[in-house]
Design a protein around this ligand. Structure first.
Ligand code: ZN
Ligand code: ZN
Length: 342
């Protein structure tokens, strides 16, 4: 089969590789589409938990074409989304109910073969029927599940005022989700006007356009919107400067959620006295964690809208655009379709 392969030295190519065989407990999927994510760029450069060479792609939608030993469902032909994480069930964290921190953590598309390929083998038990969802919506199930874990981590009190930095797929989905989990007011701040317009369409109460060269103006505009600060601030850009700004804009007693993926060695400067005297809470959220089923329900119910999030579709021939789009602020989400152009 054909697959995108990331190799050492930030190299990638379309390669011919053996089609995977579904092992015991697995199903083989013919990939329909796989979302491209900022994480993929970190993986290309060997960051996050990359194990190179790697077939990346962790936001997988596919059709079941073969069943491994012992598998009775989902039936061949079923279109499914995938929880791409695998926990060993036997290590310390797994045995103490903290499987997300499994010492043998496997994430398809990060440290095992993922969905930028014609076929991918996945655990049958970690597939979710996409019945009743169109391809565009079902293809966003994994980022929705990640956002849902973020919402779980925030655990907002009803009536909260929330600020989200970033209007990428995560910011756009979280803005909607947090409205269902306690936010009375959601403000989205980002540099790109078209993305902020989409955030408004999805129900954000206010938006603030941030000029990266003039952070002071953005801070003043946000402070004017919430003079006492926001009960919760979500940093969904990966920028350390934005994190520092977010801490300043958090209300006393409030919570900052670190959601964006910063470089492993990036550092932000915080004042311990501020955390201490204002009793701030800083939380992290790094992956979806047992949230796929609820993500499918939220998408099916219409509570989370997705129209307009996918802005480009690439195949094998034009995959380079998947990567260049990540640096193009007019793009929201690119998806890879192996069947495109065939
Ligand atoms: Zn992702
Ligand atoms: Zn484990």
């Amino acid at each position: 089969m054909k697959a995108i392969v990331f190799r050492e030295g930030s190299q990638w190519a379309v390669e011919d590789v053996p089609t995977p065989e579904p092992a015991r407990g697995e199903v083989l999927l013919e990939v329909i589409r796989t979302g491209v994510c900022g994480t993929d760029e970190h993986l290309l450069h060997g960051g996050f938990i990359a194990k190179l060479p790697l077939i990346p792609g962790h936001e997988i939608l596919g059709r079941v074409v073969a069943l491994g030993e012992g598998v009775t469902s989902p039936a061949v032909g079923t279109v499914v989304t995938v929880d791409n994480t695998i926990h060993c069930g036997e290590c310390g964290p797994c045995l103490t109910g903290r499987a997300l921190f499994c010492e043998n953590f496997v994430s398809l598309g990060c440290n095992e073969a993922g969905g930028f390929a014609e076929y991918v083998a996945v655990r049958a038990a970690k597939t979710f029927s996409a019945d009743g969802l169109d391809v565009a919506t079902a293809g966003l199930a994994e980022p929705t599940a990640c956002a849902m874990h973020g919402a779980d981590m925030l655990a907002l009190k009803p009536g909260s005022e929330v600020l989200i930095f970033g209007a990428g797929p995560t910011g756009l989905i979280l803005a909607q989700l947090l409205k269902t989990t306690g936010a009375a007011r959601v403000v989205v701040a980002a540099p790109t006007a078209s993305k902020l317009a989409l955030a408004k369409e999805f129900g954000a109460d206010e938006t603030v356009q941030m000029d990266r060269g003039n952070a002071d103006a953005a801070e003043a505009a946000l402070r004017a919107l919430a003079p006492n600060g926001f009960d919760a601030v979500v940093e969904a850009t990966g920028s350390t400067a934005v994190l520092e700004l977010g801490i300043r804009l958090t209300a006393t007693g409030g919570t900052v959620l670190v959601y964006g993926l910063a470089g492993e060695d990036a550092t932000a400067s915080i004042r311990p006295y501020e955390i201490f005297s204002r009793e701030l809470t800083i939380k992290g959220s790094f992956a979806q964690a047992f949230t796929m089923q609820r993500s499918m329900t939220a998408l099916r119910s219409g509570a989370i809208k997705t129209e307009g999030i996918v802005t480009d579709v690439v195949g094998f021939d034009d995959f380079s655009r998947a990567l260049s789009n990540l640096g193009d602020s007019s793009q929201v989400k690119t998806v890879f379709e192996p069947g495109k152009g065939l």
